[in-house]
Design a protein around this ligand. Sequence first.
Ligand code: ADP
Ligand code: MG
Length: 247
Amino acid sequence: QTSFGPQLSARGLTRRYGPFLAVDDVDLDLAAGDRHALIGPNGAGKSTLLNLLAGTIRPTAGQVVLAGRDITRTRPVRRARLGLSRTFQTPAVLESLTALDNLVVAAWRHTGTHTAWRPARRRTLAARGLHRLDEVGLGDHAHTPARELSHGQRRLLEIAGALTANPAVLLLDEPAAGLADHDLTLLLDALRRLPAQTAVLLVEHNQDVVTTLAHTVTVLHHGRVLATGTPHAIHTHPAVAEVYLGT
Ligand code: ADP
Ligand code: MG
């Protein structure tokens, strides 16, 4: 509601699997324009936390608040319509459709109406889609079937898809994972060009991506927040070094 408060907040967010605490009492705030990286060893709970925020899994305890509104029980599709978009660790693109048609489908999914297939509406969505593709550096591939895109280009396509919703908050799960150098360069360019007002939370292992993009880094360990700070503060944090040495 207010543009001064956080766009997205987690309070006491907890997820159990039997006796096991995958995410344990996590507080997190994302403000407009934030670039926040979530790091931590394998199994730390990063994906689980992202899924709790996106709504694909339900918390055992705690709250998720989007722009002042409690969305803890809100389904993912509705969260997306309220301004919370996400990408997946494995890009969710439709292989046989062109890059541009993927974006039209993404826009259709977002609005949840069939008007996307009316010619005039479709032309509007296609024009907007082309603009999105340009933004992420895929402008030359609008008519390329997704299956012919490189792994990195598919990542960019998925990010473009998440942006069709003009999200207030964008959650990215390991966007750089498995990318070759050239694709990594494309991704970094695209991430630098993300809308300035969008609050971005990214799970990321790649140190270059974290230091290039993030203003704030949160370290998860055994489901708990071990430390939060600037990339430099985190890089030189003794407890953080210990966690990474121990794995
Ligand atoms: P990360 O993304 O940081 O590598 P995850 O969030 O995927 O970690 O997983 C955190 C912990 O929760 C891991 O120990 C994982 O085995 C466990 N976990 C995740 N999902 C499930 C599930 N559906 N059932 C049981 N344990 C799970
Ligand atoms: Mg993960």
